[in-house]
Design a protein around this ligand. Structure first.
Ligand SMILES: [Zn+2]
Length: 241
């Protein structure tokens, strides 16, 4: 049989993925950073194919008979889709567009919104982290207030990647400060880390981690900060994970 010259062979899926990953315009970046350019539908689908191939190898190495076992037959592709379309979706897509702002003229009070559901994945162990976020906003007179559901979308965007909780609060805060230019802003997340409850020390779900980020007047004004914390305690009680 004649041998097909290399140029006429179909490009393997993995090569597609690597060829766009190698492009200087869209290089690999840290796990909780956005890619420079969001991925197209085709790129995502090539990425799912490539991850599924590797997940198949992982199950083989772990001696899981996914070819015969109906429980794991579709697991490689299921896991690949979950990574690309859900757990890491934030880094492959553009941050939520925030275009509508309410006027905040003569508004001189702290606004606190939450609890917002947080579902993210720990960058160290790839295990779930779940809990709640609360955002405090001290708008500026000529500043911009966004619809309350947008805060949830921003939290979700930065949560959909492999994260470290301390960096997640900062990323959410920096983005909101950048877009809404408030006098002050605070973000607090209280969450259970399953890498602590499901393995390692097998801690109970009561064992949580709290981290916060403060900006502008919420950083420098103790009265505002304690008002925010007071509101957090009430809201967190109503929204236990
Ligand atoms: Zn972890």
């Amino acid at each position: 049989m004649p041998v097909t010259p290399p140029s006429e062979r179909p490009e393997p899926v993995m090569d597609n993925v690597l060829s766009y990953a190698r492009r200087p315009a869209n290089p690999a970046v840290a796990a909780n950073r956005d890619l420079e350019t969001p991925l197209t539908v085709e790129q995502r689908s090539a990425m799912i194919d490539a991850v599924a191939v590797k997940m198949t190898e992982v199950l083989d190495i772990l001696r899981i008979d996914h070819r015969e076992d109906p429980n794991t037959r579709d697991t490689p592709r299921r896991v690949a889709k979950m990574y690309v379309e859900e757990l890491l979706a934030g880094r492959f897509s553009a941050p939520p567009k925030i275009t509508e702002f309410a006027t905040t003229q003569n508004f001189d009070e702290l606004i606190v919104t939450g609890p917002i559901e947080v579902r993210t994945t720990c960058a160290h162990h790839l295990m779930p982290i779940y809990g709640t976020a609360i955002v405090g906003i001290m708008p500026s007179a000529d500043g911009r207030l966004i619809g309350l559901s947008k805060y949830d979308r921003v939290v979700q965007h930065f949560a959909r990647r492999f994260q470290v909780q301390e960096e997640l609060v900062n990323q959410i805060g920096e983005y909101l400060v950048d877009v809404t230019k408030p006098r002050g802003l605070a973000v607090r997340i209280k969450a259970v880390h399953m890498c602590k409850t499901h393995r390692g020390v097998n801690a109970t779900h009561a064992s949580q981690m709290v981290s916060s980020a403060y900006f502008g007047e919420l950083k420098t004004n103790d009265r505002l900060k304690s008002e925010f914390l007071q509101e957090c305690l009430g809201l967190e009680r109503s929204g236990q994970p």
